[in-house]
Design a binder for this molecule. Structure first.
Ligand SMILES: *Cc1c(COP(=O)(O)O)cnc(C)c1O
Length: 396
């Protein structure tokens, strides 16, 4: 039996896993201490919980716990990494390299730095949404202090050649930051293998609570230093002041532990559901185009354009299914997606794009229902559309 509405917007956020909720509960009541209180048991217990979570968060990306800084989410981690490095190393240089398809958290931060005199290179991607590592190599100059390239895209799911980019940055002695919010917990992310210096991610994209995230900060010689963005106490090695969100951190740790234990099996299952959705839709409809790379993509993402359809009309027609047009962050504005723009999707197809984000709690029944509904409503909307020429979108 299907429970409506069906949630297929897991790039935007995920429900908290019930096991995570259960694990968090005592941290609101019994273990409520402040980890900075060193003089009593309440503080010690909270500190122990935080340090346990730090280990679990670190393990998911093959890092050491001392290299994890807790923040309020990926947006804050990105701000700390990018602004923190820019301000700290401004004497060395003022050049930063990123891509045109980053999340707003990165793009906006870079725009802000531009106003302060930094020089930002926004690299193009190919029509699949992949950045060429050689373009990064060629853009690095002696004023370059940071390269920031996302691990996997939140709209089209494309996975970047992070390992190659990491090697290039390491060999050129340039810091490498990656926004891995959509990759962590879905594909194996390894900060050692990928030569990553700074990595941002978030709990609420991996079935943990909202308002908690992490920044990985490599310890290496010479030590990476960041200019802190929040002043106050000396929490988180002085890099992020403020009382720690102990329930959030405990839940984030639990979510990482679960993600780690499920990693392979879950991505296989989600890939199976994704293929079922995709094959079902393209078997039933003509004029459907996949946005992004056919296989270098995270398993849970399906971004499709439907010829002759306006995505807002389709979304209204399938109210019982929660999906999004473009990215959830930019859907508050009327602009079309900067990501679809960067991969050269035609104007009409850009306005007809729908992002499906499959998650841990979706079922085959839900996917089958979605396939049928999409086919029915796309056929209907094409049929009533004045502009569609007769017969052009005949049912397949
Ligand atoms: C969701 C998301 C963010 C922002 O994460 P928050 O924890 O909500 O601040 C950043 N980058 C990507 C790729 C995302 O998907």
């Amino acid at each position: 039996m299907i429970k409506f509405p069906i949630y297929l917007d897991n790039h935007s956020t995920t429900p908290v896993d019930p096991k995570v909720v259960e694990f968090m509960l005592p941290f609101f009541t019994e273990v409520f201490g402040n980890p900075s209180s060193k003089s009593h048991e309440f503080g010690w217990k909270a500190e122990a919980a935080v340090e346990n979570a730090r280990k679990l968060v670190a393990r998911l990306i093959n890092a050491e716990s001392r290299n994890i800084i807790f923040t309020s989410g990926a947006t804050e981690s990105i701000n700390l990494a990018v602004k923190g490095a820019a301000e700290m190393y401004s004497a060395k240089g003022n050049h930063i390299i990123t891509t045109k398809i980053e999340h707003e958290a990165v793009l906006d931060t870079c725009k802000n730095l531009e106003k302060k005199g930094f020089n930002i290179t926004y690299l193009d991607v190919d029509d699949f949404g992949i950045v060429n590592p050689e373009d990064i190599r060629n853009s690095i100059n002696d004023r370059t202090i940071l390269v920031s390239v996302m691990y996997a895209n939140n709209e089209i799911g494309t996975i970047q050649p992070i390992c190659e980019i990491g090697k290039i940055c390491r060999s050129k002695h340039v810091l490498f930051h990656t926004d891995a919010t959509q990759a962590v917990g879905k594909i194996p992310v390894d900060v050692v293998r990928d030569s990553i210096d700074l990595l941002s991610f978030s709990s609420h994209k991996i079935y943990g609570p909202k308002g908690i995230g992490a920044l990985f900060l490599r310890s290496r010689i010479p030590k990476i230093r960041l200019y802190r963005q929040i002043d106050g106490g000396l929490q988180e090695r002085g890099l992020r002041a403020g009382t720690l969100n102990v329930p959030g951190i405990a839940g984030f740790g639990k979510a990482c532990e679960i993600a780690n234990s499920l990693l392979n099996g879950e991505s296989k299952r989600i890939n199976y559901l994704k293929n079922m959705l995709y094959n079902g839709i393209i078997t039933g409809l003509n004029g459907v185009k996949l946005n992004g790379h056919p296989d270098k993509r995270i398993a849970n993402n399906l971004n499709l354009s439907f010829e002759g359809i306006n995505s807002d009309s389709l979304i209204l027609a399938i109210k019982e299914i929660a999906v999004s047009t473009g990215s959830a962050c930019s859907s508050e504005t009327a602009e079309t997606s900067h990501v679809l723009e960067a991969i050269n999707v035609d104007e009409d197809l850009k306005r007809s794009a729908i992002r499906f984000g499959i998650g841990r709690f979706n079922t085959e029944e839900e996917i089958q229902y979605t396939v049928n509904k999409i086919i029915e409503k796309v056929n209907y909307l094409r049929h009533i559309s004045m502009n569609s020429e007769k017969g052009k979108y005949a049912e397949a």
